[in-house]
Design a protein around this ligand. Structure first.
Ligand code: GLA
Length: 336
């Protein structure tokens, strides 16, 4: 093994929120900002890891990945999951660096998982859907966040310059050109850090499961309508069904070059997440208002909600508010 550098990008979900764990549709893209992991061979049987941005270290023997907290859980979990999937993990020193703030809702977690996998796996051509599932197990079973597959598929399977339409029922994926001309997409951090392992995310998942049980269906993809469900389950289901429809409407609007319509769909997604899914917080509303005040054609929370970042679509004469960062579809996770 020689020195290997691997990059995992963050992601922005253009539209299709809280649909992944409901066998629904989403349209994310990988962004330029992300996490880089460098792996340098070491003698012996240990992994030594350094989170350069935090100035923290970890070390453990391969095969003895005891549970840990924070970034260490990602490293140990990735090594453990690669080994249990039959990959030979070699002793090395891992250095982790990034330009994606943790808790900003742009999937620093999936960026780290994907960069670790591509730095550690022997065959960089390992099937990416399998790697995404492996990364998801790291997150679910080692980090303790009950997230779906959206972030990992976005980070590992996107194409440069494109959004990725994902159908979570069968994991079929299609690259959708994201051509914005002189329009721009920006993200604005709401300042409220979202946290998956706690907060409302798990509560919403439980409500979706309860709605499925009440409707006698396996997933909300099979729900015909929210009618007859008790409140708030009816509103949760209405969000999921309307959001799935907005994903395909957005893909159609993009294909037609109708960015005004994309903006309207982003606004409708946000309203649905705020009113039906009740996943907003005051800081997120302020960030949406700042983007709309700057002339955004549409603005919506991205990711798990309850904080994190807001996405805005600005026409050529729009003004990005202070603190906003331009985002564009970049390449997926890769070795450098
Ligand atoms: C987080 C999770 C994803 C997805 C989104 C909501 O980003 O990691 O799996 O559920 O929230 O769309």
């Amino acid at each position: 093994m020689t020195r290997i550098l691997a990059r995992g990008p963050g992601r922005v979900n253009l539209i299709g929120e809280h649909t992944d764990y409901n066998d629904g549709l989403a349209l994310p893209f990988a962004i330029e900002r992300g996490v880089t992991v460098t792996a340098e061979p070491l003698p012996g049987n240990r992994i030594e890891a350094r989170a350069a941005d935090l100035g923290e270290d970890d070390a453990f023997a391969i095969g003895e990945e005891a549970p840990a907290e924070g970034w260490r859980a990602f490293v140990r979990g990735t090594v453990a999951e690669l080994r249990s999937a039959g990959h030979d993990v070699r002793p090395c020193r891992l250095t982790i660096e990034g330009d994606l703030a943790h808790g900003s809702g742009l999937s620093s977690s999936a960026a780290l998982e994907a960069a670790l996998c591509l730095a550690l796996v022997e065959d960089p051509d390992t099937d990416r859907v399998e790697l995404a599932k492996l990364c998801s197990r790291v997150e679910n079973d080692h980090v303790g966040a009950r997230t779906g597959l959206l972030d990992q598929l976005a980070v590992l399977c996107s194409a440069d310059g494109h959004a990725l339409r994902i159908d979570f029922r069968d994991l079929s994926m299609k690259a959708v050109p994201l051509e914005l001309g002189d329009w721009t997409l920006v993200t604005l951090d709401s300042g409220a850090a979202h946290e998956h392992a706690s907060g409302g995310y798990n509560a919403r998942r439980d409500e979706c499961a309860a709605a499925c049980e009440a409707l006698g269906i396996a997933s909300l993809r099979d729900a015909a309508s929210p009618d007859g469900l008790p409140s708030p389950l009816d509103r949760r289901v209405r969000h999921v069904l309307s959001e799935n429809a907005r994903v395909d409407a957005t893909a159609e609007a993009l294909a037609a070059g109708d960015l005004e319509e994309v903006g309207r769909l982003l606004d409708a997604s946000h309203a649905s997440l705020r009113d039906d899914y009740e996943a907003s917080v005051p800081e997120v509303e302020r960030a949406v208002a700042a983007l709309k005040d700057g002339g955004a054609a549409g603005a919506r929370m991205v990711g798990g909600g309850f904080g994190g970042s807001v996405l805005g679509l600005l026409p050529p004469d729009g003004t990005a508010p202070a603190g906003a960062t331009r985002v564009a579809p970049g390449p997926p996770a890769r070795r450098l």
